[in-house]
Design a protein around this ligand. Structure first.
Ligand SMILES: [Zn+2]
Length: 233
């Protein structure tokens, strides 16, 4: 067995990508829906109105997350495709120049020039495009980005988060709606922050405090605005 394979620590960065996206989506769902609910409820609306606002908020938020994610992943993938196709053309048209270019990149990173040229030549002999994509363009994997999948995942995680404060509206007595939705949402946020931090190997306390602070701030703001408008209208 090679030494590399005995390497004991598991690296967390790879796991962080999708987990981070899922936690962020659910966070967004909780914060925006809970704030909406607290704001409408603070304006002394009936439970039914609060529920309608909350459900509309869930759908609107999920759609906006999906659209945003779709556009962002698509344009990222378009840019990568264009970069790769330009690079492919350059490699075909001017291989010598491309070899120099790659060798120079390694030399700049500290590889001795003759060796840098050898490394570049060997990598390019195996797969020139991958070598240039990785070290020149910073595209580490030539993957097919999946905008639809990303959009669906964002919408689903947002909805799952938004469902938590909505459920609290249904469960809590009408007079206790604002305190129960606020407290439960903060608890959900803290729990989610802790799970995300734990899985990512980061500080659980710091993550929990951070997410709870922003959640509390959002709800305090909408509650204040709801109360203000409720008194005026
Ligand atoms: Zn190149």
């Amino acid at each position: 067995m090679s030494r590399l394979r005995q390497h004991p620590e598991s690296h967390l960065v790879a796991r962080i990508g999708w987990l981070r996206a899922a936690v962020l989506g659910a966070n967004d769902g909780i914060v925006s829906t809970a704030s909406l609910i607290v704001g409408v409820a603070a304006a002394a609306a009936a439970r039914n109105d609060v529920l309608i606002a909350g459900v509309a908020g869930l759908v609107a938020g999920a759609m906006s997350m999906a659209a945003g994610e779709y556009v962002s992943v698509s344009s990222q993938s378009d840019t990568e495709k264009a970069d790769l196709s330009r690079e492919r053309t350059e490699l075909r048209a001017n291989p010598e120049f491309e070899l120099d270019e790659l060798a120079e990149i390694y030399a700049k990173r500290g590889v001795e020039p003759t060796l840098a040229r050898q490394v570049a030549a060997q990598l390019m002999a195996k797969d020139a495009l991958t070598a240039h994509a990785h070290d020149e363009l910073g595209i580490s994997e030539i993957t097919t980005a999946r905008p639809v999948q990303a959009a669906l995942t964002s919408a689903a995680t947002f909805s799952a988060g938004a469902a938590m404060p909505l459920l609290m509206v249904v469960l809590s007595p009408a007079t206790m709606l604002v305190p129960i939705v606020s407290a439960a949402s903060l608890a959900f946020l803290a729990l989610l922050g802790a799970i995300g931090a734990k899985a990512g190997g980061a500080s659980v306390l710091r993550a929990t405090v951070r997410v709870s602070f922003w959640g509390a701030l959002a709800m305090a703001l909408t509650a204040g605005i709801g109360r203000l408008f409720g008194a005026v209208v």
